[in-house]
Design a protein around this ligand. Structure first.
Ligand SMILES: NC(=O)c1ccc[n+]([C@@H]2O[C@H](COP(=O)([O-])OP(=O)(O)OC[C@H]3O[C@@H](n4cnc5c(N)ncnc54)[C@H](O)[C@@H]3O)[C@@H](O)[C@H]2O)c1
Length: 356
């Protein structure tokens, strides 16, 4: 019989993402939050206020691991720190599971190493993509996978005030879930950077368009940026999910979507929200895996796929060319002396595109 006691848990990084985990751990009967580490005293002070001083606080994660070892660790700092912190957390005697925030790493290679390490320890991990733990998003995935709009062809994503890496990774993870985890063959993206926008520790685009195409031909077309005019002005992200026999329109995190398919002329479908927050749902799924010994890496694996699309999108924009996946595989040649749209002089080689 499994141990009914709550699992002890610690969080590293008490910012926006970490607070979602802290609140979820405090709200859940499955966990006791025992420690939080953050290098910012102000962040720790907010934790002490919230918890009435019942949680041990540390400015250094390694000190926390040594002084307050827990069964669960949530890695909720910025992406470049996820790998070293995960590696260190796995050294805690008695560690039983992890939450690692999206993006898993700052590169696909780092994200892959994180998942490989955790799997090598035979431990469960969750990556808290909100749409996967939200009733509307889950129902849209279920219906698309059940074939309610026919064979999936295109997922168009309009997203304003956000960028490819910080929010786009959620949208690409959703795309991967809609395709059932189908591998993406290539990514082609263009980015304008005229406003020198930075967000969440990253230099990001002012405006960008990303095309990703899966092996069977399902395309994602994502328009991100600071001021993307949406067809609706009350949301930051709209999905238009198009199949052979219909389509679904879904505003990210909304409790309803609109479906148009055989016999349904723009039907609004309202979905009963889940009772607990997305982070709590993900963490309780982690607890259930710890308790029954099962392992489900579907969302972490799809998060890694999304990270590779994100990395490929920025690489494509930089290189002005198609990026083939896997991103560390062979890439197309990228001539610097070929000016698409300029007259062809008749000399200089190249491929005659009229010869089929
Ligand atoms: N899943 C979601 O819905 C969601 C929402 C928000 C943020 N996030 C993710 O959470 C992560 C953190 O982003 P954020 O928005 O919370 O940033 P933030 O700036 O609000 O908070 C980060 C916190 O981590 C602390 N920190 C950074 N490095 C540290 C280290 N090595 N040791 C201890 N403390 C450290 C900082 O002092 C800061 O308080 C990112 O990966 C982000 O994408 C996810």
């Amino acid at each position: 019989m499994s141990d009914p006691r709550p699992l002890t848990a610690a969080v590293i990084g008490a910012g926006a993402g970490g607070t979602l985990s802290i609140d979820a751990l405090l709200a859940s009967d499955d966990f006791t939050l025992t420690a939080v580490a953050d290098m910012s005293e102000a962040a720790l002070e907010r934790v002490r206020e919230k918890t009435g001083g019942t949680v041990a606080t540390y400015t250094d994660a390694l000190e926390m691991f040594a002084q307050s070892p827990t069964e669960v660790v949530c890695v909720s700092t910025y992406a470049p720190t996820h790998l070293p912190l995960t590696r260190a957390a796995l050294e805690i005697p008695g560690i039983r599971g992890l939450l690692v925030e999206k993006p898993l790493g700052d590169t696909t290679a780092a994200g892959r190493e994180i998942l490989d390490l955790i799997k090598a320890h035979d431990l469960p991990v969750v990556v808290p993509h909100g749409l996967m733990a939200q009733a509307g998003g889950a129902e849209v995935v279920r219906r698309v996978r059940a074939g309610e709009i026919g064979t999936l062809r295109v997922v168009e994503i309009e997203c304003t005030s956000w960028d490819i890496i910080n929010a786009g990774i959620h949208w690409f993870q959703f795309f991967v879930a809609l395709t059932g985890g189908e591998p993406v063959d290539f990514v082609l993206a263009a980015a304008d950077v005229s406003t020198r926008t930075f967000r969440d520790g990253m230099q990001v685009e002012t405006d960008a368009i990303t095309l990703a195409r899966t092996r069977s031909g399902v395309r994602a077309l994502m328009h991100t940026g600071d001021f993307v005019p949406l067809t609706r002005n009350d949301i930051v992200c709209l999905f238009r999910i198009v199949g052979d026999n219909g389509f679904i329109e879904f505003g990210a995190y909304e409790g309803y979507f609109t479906i148009v398919n055989a016999g349904n002329d723009r039907v609004r479908v309202d979905v009963e929200p889940f009772e607990v927050s997305g982070h709590q749902r993900h963490l309780e799924f982690l607890a259930s895996q710890i308790r029954d010994g099962s392992r489900d890496y579907a969302i972490p694996d799809s998060s890694l796929q999304a990270l590779e699309i994100v990395e490929a999108a920025y690489e494509s924009a930089r290189a002005h060319g198609t990026v083939l996946l896997p991103i560390d595989g062979e890439q197309p040649e990228r001539p610097t002396d070929w000016n698409a749209g300029a007259p062809y002089s008749g000399t200089g080689g190249g491929r005659n595109g009229r010869e089929l």
